[in-house]
Design a protein. Structure first.
Length: 177
C-alpha cells in the first residue's frame, strides 16, 4: 500500500469514528429533545451521519482492497435538500409558537461544536488530498458539515429568540433609513 493510501485509510478511519459519534449523539438528542421541530432536525442529522458512514465505509473497504478512489460514493446522497433551507421552511411553518428547554439549547451547542470540529477535520485533510476523487469527496463532506452547522446555528437562534430569527431571515428594511 502506498503512503497516500495509508494516509487516506487513516483519515477515513477517523472520519468513520466521528460520524458514529455524531450519529449516537443525534440519536440521543432525538429521544431527549422537548419540541417536535428539534426532534425532526436531529432525526435528519442522524440520517445524514448514517449516510456519511455508508459513504466512508464503501471508500474505506475499496482502498483497503487495493483499489483506487472511486466515484461510487457520489451515488449515496441525502434524501432531502440542504438542511438550512429545509429548516427555514420548517421554522416558517411553525411560526414563533415553539419553545425550547435549556437542555434542547445545550444539545444544539454540542451539535454546533461537533459540526465545527467535523468541518475543521475535513478541511485539514483537504489540503493533504492528492487524488482528484478524494478531493471531491472531502469537499462534499465539508459542504454537508457546514450545512449541518448552519442549520443547527439557525435553529439555536430560532429557539432562543424567534423574533430575531425571523428578522434576520426576512431582512426587513427600515423605512426612511
Amino acid at each position: 500500500m502506498s503512503s497516500g493510501s495509508d494516509r487516506s485509510l487513516q483519515m477515513l478511519s477517523r472520519a468513520l469514528e466521528m460520524e458514529k459519534e455524531g450519529k449516537a449523539f443525534y440519536e440521543e438528542a432525538v429521544s431527549t429533545c422537548q419540541n417536535e421541530l428539534g426532534r425532526e432536525m436531529f432525526r435528519m442529522l442522524m440520517k445524514d451521519e448514517l449516510l456519511h458512514m455508508d459513504r466512508i465505509g464503501k471508500i474505506y473497504e475499496s482502498l483497503k482492497g487495493g483499489e483506487a478512489w472511486s466515484e461510487e460514493w457520489k451515488s449515496i446522497e441525502p434524501d432531502h435538500k440542504d438542511l438550512r433551507v429545509l429548516f427555514k421552511e420548517m421554522a416558517s411553518a411553525h411560526g414563533t409558537k415553539i419553545t425550547a428547554k435549556t437542555s434542547d439549547l445545550e444539545a444544539l451547542d454540542v451539535g454546533i461544536d461537533f459540526e465545527s470540529r467535523s468541518v475543521a477535520f475535513y478541511q485539514d485533510h483537504l489540503s493533504k488530498a492528492k487524488d482528484r476523487v478524494e478531493r471531491e469527496f472531502i469537499e462534499q463532506m465539508v459542504t454537508e458539515e457546514k450545512s449541518h452547522h448552519a442549520a443547527l446555528s439557525d435553529m439555536k437562534l430560532y429557539l432562543s429568540d424567534p423574533a430575531a430569527w425571523f428578522l434576520e431571515q426576512e431582512h426587513p428594511g427600515l423605512d426612511g433609513a
